[in-house]
Design a protein around this ligand. Structure first.
Ligand code: NAG
Ligand code: NAG
Ligand code: NAG
Ligand code: NAG
Ligand code: NAG
Length: 397
């Protein structure tokens, strides 16, 4: 059998080749700047700067970053680069723009020309989401900061902002907290909750539009019930597993949220002049992945996984798939003591030897390998999961 390390290197090589084939080549990035908002799927170090934020909502300790070029924790909730970096790389940047909170006051305006990342792990669409972290930047806070920066720039910002990419991934934490609530009120109403999330999302997008944003890439929450923490939550909720052996109520909410978000965006696109968007149905993509999974959803063939994420090989047809062991889809690579490897990804955790054999890096987040495939899909998908256009088409407008 080929060494696992060798297989991982091959995948890395393929991803590089893909970036060259389908993303920006050498030279100018495809957009002047990229502005990033959202949660831990996108955070590149904002939470490192929040002194009251608890360890479960930070990624500034080992074993985070073990596969990052620095081999050190950076605040990314990944073994290496995250989705914000990987989209930035497909656009021709080196990595995500810097974390807003890491910039000195005098560094903020100069950085606007290539972009800033405002995302904060643990945060959500609702202001109170992430309160358990001990202080994170909600979407409302992130927008507030962005607005201040734009006002400081004055009239010079309009052209830059209208040509830049606004990349947003948020909502998962709202769903987690709601689905896994320890003491839910008896008269809880899912429809009203989801409507509230979508209304907030609409307001944030309208605010960005009013500040000049015209190109939005929206990543709707994935099947959040399938991450290890939620599979463990299912055990605590009387084994409430769905057909993928994931936490049923969380997945139910994810699927409904995508539908609501997609129609909200369609409405906004009709109402707001020159507003363009691309929305990724991450829940649908995950469903395609898990539907091909093995018994009890523990693992699946790497080829099936790859084909599901990439819609067959419509746009990956030049890539030779390396041999890989079955992909583990239910357990964290950086495994804590709990069921499904739930626990902190700290130095007490057990690290899987080959990160490309796992879908999940820790209890909540994908491996660099898995988010890299998602990034390629966001950029190139011909309409199966990314609609009405993909990010490659969005930035070319
Ligand atoms: C959320 O927070 C923002 C800014 O901190 C505030 O302006 C807004 O009113 C809050 N929204 C709600 C629903 O409390
Ligand atoms: C900004 O530009 C617009 C037109 O381009 C102009 O009408 C407006 O007065 C300018 N505002 C400021 C504060 O310079
Ligand atoms: C749940 O909320 C929706 C939307 O606000 C409302 O139309 C519906 O009547 C509510 N259902 C119940 C059972 O209260
Ligand atoms: C979610 O659950 C409700 C009942 O709780 C059901 O009516 C609905 O069909 C489910 N939706 C999805 C997308 O699974
Ligand atoms: C790592 O986290 C676990 C909880 O998952 C905790 O029990 C343990 O003490 C932590 N180890 C270190 C070295 O901080």
């Amino acid at each position: 059998m080929a060494g696992r390390g060798g297989a991982f290197a091959l995948v890395a090589l393929c991803m590089l080749e893909l970036a060259l084939l389908h993303g920006a080549g050498a030279g100018e990035p495809l957009v002047p700047a990229m502005f990033v908002f959202g949660d831990s799927t996108m955070d590149v170090g904002n939470n490192n700067q929040l002194p009251d934020c608890k360890p479960e909502c930070r990624a500034d300790y080992p074993q985070y970053g073990v596969d990052h070029p620095s081999h050190a924790p950076t605040g990314r909730f990944s073994n290496g680069y995250n989705l914000a970096d990987q989209i930035a790389q497909l656009l021709g940047f080196k990595e995500s723009p810097p974390a807003f909170l890491s910039l000195p006051a005098g560094g903020i305006i100069p950085h606007m020309k290539d972009g800033i990342n405002f995302a904060s792990g643990g945060s959500g669409l609702q202001n109170q989401t992430g309160d358990h972290c001990g202080g994170v930047y909600s979407m409302a806070d992130q927008l507030e900061e962005f607005k201040l920066v734009v006002m400081m720039m004055g009239n010079g910002s309009y052209d830059l902002i209208s040509r830049s990419l606004f990349f947003i991934s948020v909502g998962s934490n709202d769903l987690f907290e709601y689905a896994d609530a320890k003491n839910p009120p008896p008269n809880r109403n899912d429809t009203a909750f989801l409507k509230c999330l979508v209304d907030s999302y609409r307001t944030y997008l309208q605010e960005l539009y009013a500040l000049g944003a015209r190109k939005f890439s929206i990543v709707s929450p994935s099947l959040v019930g399938c991450c290890p923490s939620q599979r463990a939550a299912a055990l605590e909720h009387h084994n409430d597993f769905d057909e993928f052996h994931c936490f049923r109520p969380a997945n139910n909410l994810s699927k409904q949220l995508y539908t609501l978000l997609a129609s909200t965006l369609q409405d906004l696109g009709g109402d707001l002049d020159d507003m363009h968007y691309s929305i990724c149905d991450s829940a649908g993509m995950a469903e395609a992945v898990f539907a091909t999974g093995g018994a009890k959803g523990h693992s699946m063939s790497a080829t099936a996984f790859f084909n599901a994420v990439t819609c067959g090989d419509i746009y990956f047809n030049n890539v030779v798939l390396p041999f890989l062991a079955d992909l583990v889809v239910d357990t964290a690579c950086c495994a804590g003591p709990g069921p499904f490897g739930v626990g902190l990804c700290n130095t007490s955790a057990t690290l899987c030897p080959s990160r490309a054999d796992f879908l999940f890096w820790d209890s909540f987040h994908p491996t660099e390998y898995a988010s890299g495939l998602a990034a390629s899909a966001l950029f190139n998908d011909p309409g199966e999961f990314v609609r009405p256009i993909n990010v490659g088409q969005l930035v070319a407008l």
